[in-house]
Design a protein around this ligand. Structure first.
Ligand SMILES: Cc1cc2nc3c(=O)[nH]c(=O)nc-3n(C[C@H](O)[C@H](O)[C@H](O)COP(=O)(O)OP(=O)(O)OC[C@H]3O[C@@H](n4cnc5c(N)ncnc54)[C@H](O)[C@@H]3O)c2cc1C
Length: 446
């Protein structure tokens, strides 16, 4: 069977590696971090049904807790909206290291070989084809290299331009932030909801949150998009949060960490000859809200399903193309639309957001749009919509802007949907140019 190398223990890559090993492929997974230090030392949110979707058991019970309930606060902090909670344990907060170990154990049980503390230095190419990786100056040959090395993958930049794999994320593609966990002030009452998210906190382009989690830690995140969060800004945001949240002490549970979070739409090229991207390395997060764990696991599953269903033996871009088509059909094209909305939110004056929060056009019930409850989707009657339009018409400038950005979003989504179903390099390149152009235009605000 063919030889597969997975770079990095990104969730989607490890899941794919395990599935391929189960199907009999010779799989080797290389991770630069030592055993026990892979992924983050904290919990993040996922939908629990992702395990069933991926056909694997969930990690053991001590690895997850109920996801917190959220309150969104306007930039002037005068108005707030609550996100209605999904059903109990529908969305959970999962230990990142627990999840990582769980996926690796499954991969190993299925026959994959894993190498910790072993960074991949570079890809090895023969002509335009990836034929392996370099580890410790040794060439490891592979029929397919799966790049699951995360947001700042240096390997994308080695792929020949003709495959349309972008080298970097672009200006507004990364939220740079700081995350820290503090001891809870036991004297202060438990907040309800437990989590508060500030939009354009202190008028910065980004968010801050303060969340009392199920492990009785106060989780703080401060993030900025398109601009670097300075230490001074981080300190003033932290101070501002402390004033509003008596539970937040200045004693840390563990050291804070500077982090990058992907917030851009998916790359226009996910495959090349001998190479496929899975997860953050291909910007597979939902712009604004994240959900990169689920997106990367789904992508890993779809890549393997495509390989097995089509009986792929030669891992050329052409033969892997069906994976990219599936990803864009299911998630990628919608994420482009959301990316456009995100860019509008970045450009909009904080005063307009204050008005939107306070005018009554958006209610707590509408915030269910941000929850992932699939059984109780938000239903808006004609009367509700007319009432909202009536309120919004009081601010024609904002309505004008909203319509403009909505049309841009629909145009971008229709470009994404126009991806060729069958691989023809000339047609694929034409589509990739159109896709990249539409993103670049939106980035420039055109
Ligand atoms: C603060 C923060 C909060 C988040 N919250 C959520 C959330 O609530 N829900 C959610 O779904 N997502 C969340 N995300 C996003 C989520 O972490 C990612 O989208 C998701 O993990 C997918 O990333 P990945 O697995 O592709 O890459 P990563 O998790 O970055 O994994 C890449 C792996 O590759 C390894 N690696 C890198 N280079 C090399 C190399 N040269 N050789 C070998 N190994 C290498 C790294 O060490 C790492 O282990 C959050 C991210 C951050 C930073």
């Amino acid at each position: 069977m063919a030889k597969i190398v997975v770079i990095g223990m990104g969730q989607g890559g490890v899941l794919a590696g395990g599935m391929l090993a189960k199907a009999g492929f010779d799989v080797a997974i290389y991770e630069k971090s030592p055993k026990g230090a892979v992924s983050h030392d904290w919990h993040d949110d996922i939908r629990f049904d992702i395990f069933e979707i991926c056909g694997i058991a969930p990690p053991s019970r001590e690895n997850y807790t109920q996801k917190s309930k959220w309150l969104f606060v306007s930039p002037d902090e005068k108005n707030s909206l609550k996100v209605p909670p999904a059903k109990p344990m529908e969305e959970v907060s999962v230990s990142r290291r627990g999840l990582s170990d769980h996926l690796v154990n499954i991969a190993v049980e299925n026959g994959a070989k894993v190498f910790y503390d072993t960074p991949v230095d570079s890809l090895v190419l023969e002509g335009d084809r990836v034929v392996g990786v370099k580890v410790d100056d040794e060439v490891i040959s592979a029929d397919l290299v799966i790049d699951a090395s995360g947001l700042n993958s240096p390997f994308r930049g080695q792929i020949p331009a003709k495959f349309g794999v972008p080298a970097d994320s672009g200006k507004n593609g990364i939220m740079r932030g700081w995350r820290g966990f503090f001891v809870r002030n036991e004297e202060a009452p438990t907040p309800d909801p437990e989590s508060t998210l500030y939009i354009k906190h202190l008028d910065g382009v980004g968010i801050s949150w303060c969340n009392l989690n199920d492990r009785n830690e106060v989780d703080v995140l401060i993030g900025r998009i398109g601009e670097k969060l300075t230490e001074e800004e981080q300190r003033s945001c932290l101070e501002a949060l402390r004033k509003n949240h008596p539970i937040l002490t200045d004693k840390m549970v563990k050291e804070g960490k500077w982090v990058d979070i992907g917030v851009r739409c998916t790359a226009g090229g996910l495959v090349a000859d001998g190479y496929a991207l899975v997860g953050d390395s291909a910007f597979m997060t939902m712009p604004i809200m994240g959900s990169g764990i689920e997106a990367s696991m789904k992508a890993g599953k779809w890549l393997v399903e495509h390989i097995l269903e089509e009986g792929v033996k030669d891992f050329s871009a052409e033969n892997l193309w069906g994976y990219q088509v599936k990803y864009f059909d299911e998630l990628g094209a919608d994420y482009v639309f959301i990316d456009v909305v995100k860019r509008w939110a970045l450009n909009i004056d904080p005063k307009e957001i204050n008005w939107l929060f306070g005018c009554g056009a958006v209610t707590n019930d509408d915030m269910a749009l941000l929850s992932t409850d699939t059984e109780n989707p938000v239903k808006l009657g004609v009367g509700d919509i007319l009432k909202k339009v009536g309120i919004l018409l009081k601010n024609p400038r904002l309505i004008g802007q909203a319509i403009k950005w909505l049309l841009r979003g629909l145009r971008a989504k229709s470009v994404a949907n126009g991806m060729p179903e069958k691989y023809d390099m000339r047609k694929v390149q034409k589509w990739q140019k159109k896709y990249d152009d539409v993103i670049a235009k939106i980035e420039r605000g055109e």
